[in-house]
Design a protein around this ligand. Structure first.
Ligand SMILES: [Zn+2]
Length: 96
């Protein structure tokens, strides 16, 4: 069984390390030296604690940028989906 997870990595001149096979680059922010990639692994051995455990073969995370600098890790149904909290944001930003 293959295991997929969406991960965001910051990289430097040496690139970035992924303990799996990158099967797709979902987004890339050159000015932030940050990429979001879909990583394939043979099995879900260890969860490193920075995200929620993946419960099925394919899982996607919201990935919306947070004011804290990270990305939202809520589960969503597809690579272009946003979670309930971020899906309803208008372009001019919700006032709450
Ligand atoms: Zn979200």
């Amino acid at each position: 069984m293959m295991w997929y997870s969406r991960e965001t990595h910051c990289y430097d001149d040496c690139g970035f390390a992924v303990d799996g096979r990158v099967v797709a680059v979902l987004s890339h922010s050159p000015h932030q030296s940050r990429v979001t990639v879909l990583v394939e692994r043979a099995e879900p051995t260890v969860f490193s604690g920075h995200g929620e455990a993946v419960s099925e073969g394919v899982s996607y995370e919201c990935g919306a940028e947070l004011s804290s600098g990270g990305t939202c890790t809520r589960d969503v149904d597809g690579p272009d989906e946003l979670c309930w909290q971020h899906d309803e944001e208008d372009e001019d930003e919700a006032d709450t």
